[in-house]
Design a protein around this ligand. Sequence first.
Ligand SMILES: NC(=O)c1ccc[n+]([C@@H]2O[C@H](COP(=O)([O-])OP(=O)(O)OC[C@H]3O[C@@H](n4cnc5c(N)ncnc54)[C@H](OP(=O)(O)O)[C@@H]3O)[C@@H](O)[C@H]2O)c1
Length: 238
Amino acid sequence: MPVSGRPFAVVTGAGRGIGRALVDELYSRGYTVCGVVRNEADIPTLCAVNKEHVFAVRCDVAEASTEANLHAFIGSLTNRVDLLVNNAGFGASGYGIDGLIYSELDNVLAVHCYGPIRCVRACLPFLRKSQRGVIVNMSSRFGSLEWVATGTVPHTEATYPYRIGKAALNMLTSCLAVELQSESIRVLSVDPGKVRTRFGPQDADTEPHEAARAIIDLVEKRSETATFIHASGEKVPW
Ligand SMILES: NC(=O)c1ccc[n+]([C@@H]2O[C@H](COP(=O)([O-])OP(=O)(O)OC[C@H]3O[C@@H](n4cnc5c(N)ncnc54)[C@H](OP(=O)(O)O)[C@@H]3O)[C@@H](O)[C@H]2O)c1
């Protein structure tokens, strides 16, 4: 068990973008990190960050086997998880109700809703051993029911599957936060902002490492649960 006294974090979608930046940020803050990657080729690159404190496992969070496989891998490393970041995600291509493609809706729900449920169930026995467990669900401003309904976020800029997927993820945040409050496990939905990644928007104004730093500050310096929050610390309406 290589955990020793260090906090232990699990990050999905860790091969690139915000997820990779979160691994670097957490390691630099003294965490041992398990990165979940979909592509086997990303494992050596991630482990090269530090052979003793950065581990990687191949799981496609859309696959049912992820729950058991991730649980077993984490159990081989530690008996305690302090932070789970459900970060893996992607968008869809068909815009508007006429453009919606059912297979894309299935895929987005598999990754943004079923995937986080699987990862939470894989990690929960270990999170229960932490004195200060935190689950971060990486959401988006497009998951805000209020902002979509009022047009605060333009409906032309995100697909139905993406908005529905992130709204479902936000409901998971609320359900978990209420159920796990008595066990002192905090659960947050976080909007990372407009981040320069392969997925990020053209007007992105934030580097992945800046988003990662702000998100881990939220984890370490704040105490709220059942909150939808921007990386800057401002609350986002559900
Ligand atoms: N960038 C932004 O401005 C922005 C804004 C709001 C919300 N977000 C959210 O932030 C999160 C990270 O996005 P990003 O901008 O960093 O995008 P990114 O650079 O495209 O990275 C997405 C990551 O998710 C992984 N992934 C996708 N499907 C997966 C699956 N089924 N199983 C395991 N991993 C999977 C990808 O793995 P592969 O490398 O194998 O494809 C990749 O590592 C997403 O949830 C996104 O919705 C981003």
